[in-house]
Design a protein around this ligand. Structure first.
Ligand code: NI
Length: 174
C-alpha cells in the first residue's frame, strides 16, 4: 500500500488505451490499494490506473470527500464500459490530478449505465447521475487515453494548454 507518483500531462501512458484486467489475485488487489492511497493522498475523488503509470483498465472513485461524508464510499471499477448514456447533457467544472491547477467546464451526458467487475471479478452494473456519473465518465475516458481537455472547444483547449505550459515552467524553476 503506497501512494505513488501521479503521472502528469505530457507523459505518454496517459494517451494509451489500457489493456483489460484478467486476474484478480494479489497483484490486482495491490494495485487497487495503491490507487486509493494515491487518490486520497492527492486529494482527488477518482483516479485511473494510467495516472500511476499502469496501463490497465481499472479506476477507483470515492465521492466521500466531495460530498462531505464521514465514511468513505469506495468504488472500484474493473474493465468498465459505459453501455448507455442519456441524450440530456449537463455542464460542470472538471479538473484532473494529472493536470493540476487546470479547470474547465465540460459537457457530458447526465445519466449513464456502466457495466464492470468489482475487485473480486464479479460482474456489476450501475446507473449513475450527477457527480458520480461525471466522475465515472472522466475516469473511463482516462482508460481510453482521453483527457477532459479533449472534451472542450479547440479554443478553450489551446488556452488551457498555454496556461498549463506556463505553470510547468514556473514550477520547474522552484
Ligand atoms: Ni483525471
Amino acid at each position: 500500500m503506497t501512494a505513488r507518483r501521479v503521472v502528469l500531462l505530457g507523459e505518454e501512458v496517459l494517451r494509451i488505451p489500457t489493456a483489460k484486467i484478467k486476474g484478480f489475485g494479489e497483484e490486482t488487489q495491490g494495485l487497487i490499494e495503491d490507487l486509493f492511497d494515491t487518490m486520497y493522498h492527492a486529494g482527488g475523488i477518482g483516479i485511473a490506473a494510467p495516472q500511476i503509470g499502469v496501463s490497465l483498465r481499472i479506476c477507483v472513485i470515492d465521492l466521500g470527500r466531495a460530498e462531505d461524508l464521514e465514511e468513505s464510499q469506495r468504488l472500484t471499477l474493473i474493465n468498465p464500459a459505459i453501455v448507455e448514456s442519456s441524450k440530456t447533457k449537463e455542464k460542470a467544472t472538471e479538473g484532473c490530478l494529472s493536470i493540476p491547477g487546470m479547470e474547465e467546464i465540460v459537457k457530458r451526458p447526465s445519466q449513464i449505465k456502466v457495466r464492470a467487475q468489482d475487485e473480486l471479478g464479479n460482474p456489476i452494473e450501475l446507473e449513475a447521475e450527477g457527480l458520480l456519473s461525471r466522475v465515472i465518465q472522466h475516469e473511463v475516458d482516462h482508460l481510453d487515453g482521453i483527457l477532459f481537455f479533449d472534451r472542450v472547444t479547440p479554443l478553450k483547449r489551446r488556452l488551457l494548454l498555454n496556461k498549463w505550459r506556463n505553470s510547468q515552467k514556473e514550477g520547474s524553476s522552484q
